[in-house]
Every structure is written in structure tokens, then in C-alpha cells.
Ligand binder design. Structure first.
Ligand SMILES: [Zn+2]
Length: 306
């Protein structure tokens, strides 16, 4: 079936008070793991490609992801994660993406609105929907490292003004989560009151970045197989469930699949030193990622919605 737009999937999610996963992919195994988990649980999904993924996999990766998305038996949207420029968004729209994110959250409000609006006009003309971001998450991302003290939580009145003026379709908000596998000591927090306040002013689907669970059992498996992932911590699944109840419709997940992939590959290499068939090394990684996606979908509440 044709790919769905981000709005088609996310407006239903916001209306139905469930969350949809946006999983980052860079290769065939990740894409298959995500789609197989979504098909078996009947979940709609967004497959996200970052600019780093586009640089890594080029047109071959994009063509493969678009084709696999169209062949899936559940609604799939192919989304540009953290587009850094108008040009980058237009390039993805031309390639067939059905959703783009323009991230000018590090600019001043006026520039963020103007640049987002420019992308919205082109995207909407092409039948593509748009994510924007205001506020600033802490953590590490491909194109930006934000120290915790520079992170800025999204202000509700600013969010309302931004969506009115930019015309964006869904909004990433900074609510205490951060990118990467080290989300802070103890139990990283989510500002639930802030989500409720923003959701009360905005009917749009809200987006949560940096919300990986970083499950302890996966980190332990990775480290037991020779990995060195220290001080790893993620967002508790109860926090994700509550955020979804209050208006979060799109939940980005990258770190959890990276950890699962690496843990499984390390285990094979450690336990089977004679193995040199790439399929026997990457296959178990795909299996473990599929399980992790299924766990996430249960937490988000999207299982059975497609
Ligand atoms: Zn992000």
C-alpha cells in the first residue's frame, strides 16, 4: 500500500491516546526487525532516517526503506529525523519521504518559525507533513551536543504561538528527556505537568525525543560480552505510558535498538569465534531488535491499532 503521512498516523494516535514508535534505521536488519514487529502486533509505525543515515546508506538505503515500507501490511511513514535545513527537507521530499522534521530549535524563535514555515509550504504542496521542535533537549546527537545546563524545556505559550505561526503538523517538545544512553543519574525525569499544559493548548500530536528505555538486561548483556557501556540509564516505561496518556503521540527510539544490535553481535562473536558468515552474526541481532521493538510497542499502546 502507499506510505502514510506522519499526520495520518499521528493524528489518529493523539485522538486515540496511544503512542506510535518512530524507529531510526540505517540498514536492512533494523528495518526488517521494526516492520516484522509492527506487522505481528498490528502497529502503525514511522521509519526514521537521520541525515547521518542518509550519508551512510545513500540512495540505496532510502530506496530499500521506501520499498519495504510500501510492502508492509501496516501503515508506514518514512520520516526525516532532525532535518537541519530547507534543502535537506526538500531533498527527502523529492526522494519520496512522507514526513520531514525541520529542526531549527537551536535558533531564535523568529528564525525557527520562519524556517519551519518555509518547509511546511513546500512539504504540504507535495502532500508531506512536518515535525518541528522548540526548546532544547540535552544529550548527544549526530549534529549537536547539548550540555545539560544548556537544555531548555518547552514553554507552553511559546508552543502555542509557534504552531499557529509556523503551520507545522506535530511538535517535538523538550520535557526533560535527553538523547543517548546516559540520561542522568537515578531515574531520569519527565515533566508531566508541562506535557499536560502544552497538550491543553495544542490539538496537534506531540513528539518525545530521547525516550529510550535503555533496559538494564540489554546493557548487562552488552557489557558481559565485552562491551563498555557505563552509567547507562533510560526513561522508565511508566513515564512513557503517562506521557502518552497526556498527548505524546510519537516516540522516537534509536538507542535501545543500537544496544540490542551490539549486544547480540558481541555475543555471537564471543561465543562462536569460528563463525564468519555475516548472516549468522547479523541474524541474531535482528531477532533481538525485533523483541525490543515489540516490548516498546506494548509500552506505547500502538499494538492492535493497525
Ligand atoms: Zn531527536
Amino acid at each position: 500500500m502507499p506510505l502514510a503521512t506522519g499526520s495520518e498516523i499521528l493524528e489518529a494516535a493523539r485522538a486515540g491516546s496511544y503512542g506510535v514508535g518512530a524507529f531510526n534505521t540505517n540498514d536492512m536488519e533494523i528495518t526488517q526487525a521494526v516492520l516484522e514487529a509492527c506487522e505481528s502486533s498490528r502497529s502503525p509505525v514511522l521509519l526514521s532516517l537521520s541525515e547521518g543515515a542518509l550519508k551512510y546508506g545513500g540512495k540505496a538505503l532510502v530506496d530499500m526503506v521506501l520499498s519495504m515500507g510500501r510492502d508492509a501490511s501496516v501503515p508506514v511513514c518514512v520520516h526525516l529525523d532532525h532535518g537541519s535545513s530547507f534543502e535537506s527537507c526538500v531533498r527527502c521530499i523529492r526522494m519520496g519521504f512522507t514526513s520531514v522534521m525541520i529542526d531549527k530549535s537551536h535558533e531564535d524563535e523568529e528564525t525557527n518559525i520562519a524556517e519551519t514555515k518555509r518547509v511546511v509550504e513546500v512539504a504540504h504542496a507535495a502532500g508531506v507533513t512536518v515535525e518541528a521542535e522548540i526548546g532544547r533537549l540535552g544529550g548527544v546527537e549526530e549534529h549537536v551536543v547539548v550540555a545539560e545546563e544548556d537544555a531548555i524545556l518547552t514553554k507552553p505559550d511559546e508552543a502555542e504561538r509557534f504552531m499557529e505561526q509556523s503551520g507545522a503538523d506535530y511538535l517535538a517538545i523538550a520535557i526533560g528527556t535527553s538523547h543517548g544512553a546516559n540520561k542522568g543519574k537515578g531515574r531520569p525525569y519527565i515533566d508531566h505537568k508541562r506535557i499536560r499544559e502544552i497538550a491543553a493548548l495544542l490539538p496537534h500530536p506531540l513528539v518525545m525525543h530521547g525516550a529510550s528505555g535503555v533496559p538494564t538486561y540489554l546493557v548487562e548483556r552488552l557489557n558481559a560480552a565485552g562491551g563498555q557501556l557505563k552509567d547507562a540509564s533510560g526513561i522508565h516505561e511508566d513515564d512513557v505510558r503517562e506521557a502518552v496518556k497526556h498527548g505524546i503521540a510519537k516516540i522516537n527510539t534509536d538507542t535501545d535498538l543500537r544496544i540490542a544490535f551490539t549486544a547480540a553481535v558481541r555475543e555471537v562473536l564471543l561465543e562462536k569465534p569460528k563463525e564468519f558468515d555475516p548472516r549468522k552474526i547479523l541474524g541474531p541481532a535482528r531477532d533481538l531488535m525485533r523483541e525490543v521493538v515489540l516490548e516498546r510497542l506494548q509500552v506505547f499502546g500502538s499494538a492492535g491499532k493497525a
